[in-house]
Design a protein around this ligand. Structure first.
Ligand code: ASP
Ligand code: MG
Length: 411
């Protein structure tokens, strides 16, 4: 039997009614002759609540126990989904990560998948089970402890299962009907894309377009998993949603495909560090060890042998970053005069594979922001994206202005 992976995000399983609705969708695919692997998220809001409880209990928590707590939301929806399918006379069984077992490394709270043995689930399919409902986002470490894959990790679970089982497709059901040129909540001119290249999706996902977890797209690209993003609230058709696919399949020739943003950024500046070989390693080594996701980095020009170093990271990692840097200072590895955190910044980015062949995109972006009176604090570029850090209060304005400037509402 061909295998199909169907992933339902938090809003698609937020209530018992919605679980029923999702289960009906699964039933339709089973009737077509598929063996279906359903990956579920926790009910929407659940994981945030669990994370909140952990933070309230312990500021610098033990990540093993964080995982024990936050993985539990998916256990509930997996069991409920299996029960709902059984009520519809569809033979279904739920699986927690450790039961599969979905093997990960030991990087608690952001573990990487190492292996998904298919024998257990395949044996059940052979016995007549039609649907394996798997709790997304979780796995088991070599030490036998529960791990989680990072926020949004059930997308990655879904793609990894699609790769492991050679699934025909991996359908990601969410609360939007596809991937848009930007967040439709910020501008109603946002347009749904029929197709988007893996690489663009990767940038949009990592830049905060919350549709898919970055790692899931990396994995899909590496294993050539056909990924479809679609809404669980609309009628299904074969053309529904957005197909995430190889660049070669895309005909559109525009410099920018989408505007992404990330609201919860912070800019941290180490004031006056010694400008000497190894200083960057001395700063970013401890940050990496502390699990800080450093994004943009700027080193100023040195004056009298000293310089400022600025970097950006997620705002909720500021306390952890400060702790790591102060520890490095205390141990004598780095010496800075002050550490200043600006927690009121956001990142806005223009993304497009067309940038490779068209010049002037950065100039147009900066001109657009300047026309709106938006001050740029940090700039970073890559082959297919240009990102700026700006005051958070101008984020919406910047996204709207850029969407207009690059005429993204036009098909
Ligand atoms: N429930 C987890 C989260 O909210 C994983 C997921 O839904 O993808 O991050
Ligand atoms: Mg998600």
């Amino acid at each position: 039997m061909p295998v199909l992976v169907m992933k339902f995000g938090g809003t698609s399983v937020a209530t018992l009614d919605r679980i029923k609705r999702a289960a009906k969708r699964v039933g339709v695919e089973v009737a077509k002759g598929y063996d279906v692997i359903v990956i579920v998220s926790a009910m929407s809001g659940k994981t945030n609540e669990l994370v909140g409880w952990v933070n309230e209990t312990s500021k610098f928590y033990d990540a093993r126990e964080y995982d024990a707590v936050v993985s539990s939301g998916e256990n509930v929806t997996a069991g409920l989904m299996a029960l709902t399918l059984q009520e519809m006379d569809v033979p279904a069984r739920s699986w927690q990560g450790w039961q599969v077992p979905l093997k990960t490394n030991s990087a608690h709270s952001q573990a990487r998948i190492e292996e998904i043995p298919t024998d257990n689930i395949s044996a059940k399919f052979a016995e007549g089970m039609k649907v394996a409902v798997v709790a997304g986002f979780q796995g088991i470490s070599p030490e036998g402890r529960i791990t989680t894959l990072g926020r949004g990790g059930s997308d990655t679970t879904a793609v990894a299962f699609a790769a492991a089982f050679g699934a025909e497709r991996c359908d990601i059901y969410t609360d939007v009907d596809g991937v848009y040129t930007t967040d439709p909540r910020i501008t109603d001119k946002a347009r749904k894309l029929d197709k988007i290249a893996f690489e663009e999706m990767l940038e949009l996902a990592s830049l905060g377009a919350k549709v898919l977890q970055t790692r899931s797209v990396e994995l899909a690209m590496r294993f050539g998993v056909r990924l479809r993003v679609l809404s669980s609230f609309e009628e299904q058709s074969d053309e529904a949603g957005t197909l995430v696919c190889a660049e070669e399949e895309i005909m559109e020739n525009r410099p920018v495909s989408g505007i992404a943003y990330s609201r919860d950024e912070a800019k941290m500046t180490l004031i006056s560090v010694a400008d000497r070989p190894g200083i960057a390693a001395a700063i970013f080594g401890p940050l990496a060890e502390a699990g800080i996701n450093v994004d943009m980095i700027i080193q100023n020009i040195a004056e009298e042998g000293r310089t400022d170093m600025t970097f950006s990271c997620p705002v909720d990692q500021v306390a952890r970053a400060e702790k790591a840097l102060n520890a490095a200072k205390d141990s004598g590895d780095i010496n800075f005069h002050d550490l200043v955190a600006d927690t009121n910044v956001a990142k806005v980015s223009a993304v497009g594979i067309g940038m490779r062949s068209q010049s002037g995109v950065a100039a147009q972006m900066f001109k657009t922001l300047s026309d709106e009176g938006v001050n740029i604090k940090v700039i970073a570029t890559s082959e297919i994206k240009i990102s700026v850090l700006i005051d958070r209060k101008y984020m919406e304005l910047a996204v709207q202005a850029l969407h207009d400037a690059f005429e993204l509402e036009k098909a």
